[in-house]
Design a protein around this ligand. Structure first.
Ligand code: SAT
Ligand code: MN
Length: 591
């Protein structure tokens, strides 16, 4: 029986609102052509081939790394630029001391001048995208306009792009507007500005990840955190991991760590051989959107569809699954090359670099072969530990929340907050050594509350109040923990092996959540005793373990004084409950 031919609506005709916005941007930026991304596999193949032909992408060794490509960024465009990132709310106080602020009118004028005519001779790509599973009530859409094909290819891996997203936008009549141009890649003409009240983002002058893939930090954290406050949910810089114990029960943990502190590795953890029967499933490696469920628990979806992970350090010992994952269909940025065009990076433990990340003959006197913030972009589905529940529209229930930082001292291996309210203080107290993920000095300790310092789209004081209110709404709030995998001894050696062995700490947390594990009550929270952790098969001496699980009162008195000083800048807006919690810790430390 013959069927009627299906009428396919042309992309620009799907949503009037998107079309009108694209038209206004076209008039402003004056591209030579406009291309709407459909999102099909054949389209992506064609766009990729274009970039290989133009030399912007290099195809890697097809035997060893099939489907893999290398992109080299401009050498002055290799990381996020927090000093050039702005939140432009009408009231400066709404952005808070945690953000750079510019008045919206001033920001619009500044960006208009930059974008004016900036796409002459270039193609304007329209990339409709969806953050979260297309059929999830929690998914949110956006449209990124960009003149970078590299950005289009990354967005295709990191989000769900194309026609289905545009159809969803037409249906819900709401989307985040993200306007991006690489401009001249001039650091002096580079700004990443957010208008949370207008649900829009404008980014100029950078092609790098967090500055340019607008669905990621700009939308899924800065804009989404702002929306989440008014709508009663949380947008967090958290991985989501499923842990199946030897009894076959799976629990999900969401954990916040600053950039380049091991979120991807924790999300893809390989259980140590001495913990047979455990299985680990990844739901997300960077961002979690958390909603209170009708059952009183907290539920999480991963708004992303891929990983934009740090390459250096990845090898079969540190993260076998990541190592396997990035051997196929992966877009590498700023890695080095071997003589036979295999990607190479510091910590790989095999192969020899001959071309560095800038495309020059490798010369060790000029620094590392791969950039320390070299990245892989790969679909989450290539992860051997990909959780089948990643696509569940309602997400997964969270049994424990974890905060952590990278600190050589002070913070013990793990401790548990006394309750949700104390947990909010614990999250707010996160401090971490800076990494190569952002431009600036590396290795200096800074406050990074909830690992959201670079990503919270509004005043932290209001954000902590929102966290406190969320806890009050949850009938079964998950327990909150703090971890530090990065403690060092006096000689600078790591005290804890990390990686797969972190499962020992996670297992204790899940037992705590189930009311099954013991702990000691310390001034800062509940700590496991050495005998409460499963250390069978682990070579760690008892002094190291003791040091990892000890609270040094002198250091902690300094820490709480520093925290009090930090919180002061939030003034009247700071929730009193946080100061009460801090006073509680201080008095227990002095008891
Ligand atoms: O550059 S990204 O923001 O995408 C990665 C990171 O810094 O976490
Ligand atoms: Mn991140």
């Amino acid at each position: 029986m013959a069927t009627a031919p299906q009428a396919i609506v042309a992309l620009p005709d799907i949503s009037r609102a998107v079309f009108e916005w694209v038209e206004s941007v076209r008039k402003l930026t004056q591209p030579s052509s406009v291309y709407w991304c459909e999102g099909s596999a054949s389209e992506i193949r064609e766009l990729t081939a274009q970039l290989v032909r133009s030399g912007e992408l290099t195809a890697l060794n097809a035997q060893q790394f099939p489907g893999c490509l290398l992109a080299r960024s401009s050498p002055s465009d290799v990381a996020r630029v927090e000093h050039l990132t702005f939140v432009c709310t009408r009231s400066k106080d709404d952005a808070g001391p945690n953000n750079n602020w510019m008045a919206p009118d001033e920001a619009h004028a500044k960006m208009r001048a930059l974008f004016s005519g900036c796409m002459r001779g270039r193609t304007l790509y329209v990339v409709p995208y969806c953050m979260g599973p297309l059929d999830s009530p929690y998914a949110r859409c956006g449209v990124e306009i960009t003149d970078s094909l590299y950005v289009v290819l990354n967005m295709n891996i990191m989000t769900r792009i194309g026609r289905p997203a545009l159809e969803l936008i037409a249906h819900t009549e709401s989307f985040v507007k993200g306007l991006h141009s690489i401009g001249e890649l001039d650091p002096a003409r580079r700004f990443i500005v957010h208008f949370p009240e207008e649900l829009s983002i404008e980014s100029f002058g950078s092609g790098y990840g967090g500055n340019a893939l607008l669905g990621k930090k700009c939308h899924a954290l800065r804009i989404a955190s702002y929306q989440a406050r008014t709508e009663g949910w949380l947008a967090e810089h958290m991985l989501i991991v499923g842990l199946e114990n030897p009894r076959g029960e799976t629990h999900y943990v969401a954990a916040a760590f600053p950039s380049a502190c091991g979120k991807t590795n924790l999300a893809m953890l390989i259980p140590p051989a001495s913990m047979p029967g455990w299985k680990v499933y990844t739901v997300g490696d960077d961002i979690a959107w958390l909603h209170p469920g009708s059952d009183g628990r907290l539920w999480a979806i991963n708004p992303e569809a891929g990983y934009f992970g740090v390459v250096p350090g990845t090898n079969p010992e540190t993260n076998r699954n990541a190592y396997e994952m990035i051997r196929r269909d992966t877009l590498f940025t700023n890695v080095a090359l071997t003589a036979d065009k295999q990607p190479w990076w510091e910590g790989l433990k095999s192969g020899t670099p001959v071309i560095d990340w800038q495309g020059r003959p490798y010369d060790p006197s000029r620094g590392p072969a791969a950039h320390p913030n070299a990245r892989f972009t790969v679909t989450a589905k290539r992860n051997p530990g990909y959780s089948a529940h990643t696509e569940d529209p309602m997400g997964v229930p969270i049994s424990a929340l974890v905060f952590g930082g990278r600190r050589r001292e002070v913070a013990p291996l793990v401790y548990q907050a006394r309750d949700w309210t104390h947990g909010v203080l614990v999250g707010a107290s996160v401090a971490s050594e800076t990494t190569a993920a952002a431009v600036g000095q590396v290795g200096v300790v800074r406050r990074d509350p909830m690992a959201m310092q670079p990503f919270c789209g509004y005043n932290f004081a209001d954000y902590w109040r929102h966290w406190l209110e969320m806890g009050a709404k949850l009938r079964k709030p998950p327990p909150i923990f703090h971890v530090n995998w990065f403690r060092r001894d006096a000689a600078g050696r790591f005290l804890w092996p990390g990686f797969g062995d972190n499962l020992r700490v996670l297992a204790w947390m899940l037992d705590r959540a189930a009311g099954k594990a013991a702990a000691t009550d310390s001034p800062i929270g509940f700590l496991p005793r050495a005998e409460d952790l499963n250390v069978s098969g682990l070579s760690i001496n008892s002094e190291a373990l003791h040091e990892l699980l000890t609270v040094d009162r002198t250091l902690w008195r300094k820490e709480t004084a520093d925290m009090r000083q930090y919180l002061k800048q939030y003034g009247e807006r700071l929730p009193a409950a946080l100061l009460d919690q801090l006073a509680g810790v201080e008095s227990r430390l002095n008891a």
